[in-house]
Design a binder for this molecule. Sequence first.
Ligand code: V47
Length: 367
Amino acid sequence: MFYDEAIENAGLKNIWEKICCGDRLDFDDGVRLFLAENFRAVGMMADFVRKKMHGKKTYYVINQHINYSNICGNGCKFCAFGRSPQSDLAFQLSLEDISNKVKERLSEPITEIHIVGGCNPTLPFSFYLDVLREVKRLRPKVILKAFTAVEVAHFVRISGLSEKEVLSELSKAGLDVLPGGGAEVFSKRVRKIVCPEKLSGEDWLRISRLAHKMGIKSNATMLFGHVETFEERVDHLIRLRELQDETGGFICFIPLAFQPSNTSLSHLPKVTAIDSLKTIAVSRLLLDNVPHIKAYWIMLGINTAQVALHFGADDLDGTIVEEKIGHMAGAESNQALTRAELIRVIEEAGFEAVERNTYFEVVKKAA
Ligand code: V47
């Protein structure tokens, strides 16, 4: 078989044998995959696993992103979005602004609203609960994917409540799922360089664990292509896999390609397509217990995201509209795609486009 020969020539035969037997890959396998010169051989293995799990299905969601504020005290070096409260470019949406953003798109078949922002020291916890209640009032059926573990930790600080109480209040106000942001790379060394003020990797994992145990599912991300080593990427993936073994609460994993423009790390080169494709493939191969791998077209660009569907990814995220975090850091992709554009990109790549909701339940289309 062509697969066997290409993979054997790439020196990856024993990893391929493990994959074919359904055996779990270990840390060293992960590092070897990143170091492999033949990225196509790594991609073939990931494609094999992806096809076994999802066949020709590629998912997308009709969603809306709302960034409520860029005011943030964390000052992460990779971020072009956050601003101090004094900055001319600082913004803070009022409850009415957010309400209007939802109202403007009420006629669209949106199934997910993704709400995130900076850790704004001036807003009370009640604001976030009001946001959830208001959005659910306007769109009762929408799935609210809001506030990362970083924001949850911030709400704990400003409210004086415990993590469990904060999550419980958010859930009562309408929160359904936590988005995967803020995980960055769990390594202490990396966080000390790129986000020393942010919650630790252990804190991120603990809040995710707690959410899962309370019945709140979540996503997970990894921000790659800055100061981290391949070993640190593999460590990140294995720590996510361990938590997933324990809780089963992660729906989807999203490798985020670092966009350097307008950040304190703007001297770093842009992530290449090869590195992005390899990272997606290694993620698919190591995260054998996470059902979905997202090729987030905002950060990858739509062309690389399309190819990523052959490298282990089975999801493209969605229509989005008004993305700020990646675009302020120089992402060259569009701000939005229509459903027709997403379907075209998926079908042209040889896959079957399936509309999903946040939980990856298939959305029945109106006839
Ligand atoms: O947490 C910040 C990352 C994340 C940059 O859960 C950057 O479905 C690249 O988490 N270059 C926010 N990345 C985005 C995110 C996300 C997106 C789409 C779907 C989901 C989901 C989650 O973006 C941040 C941070 O890790 N980020 N700055 C940058 N310059």
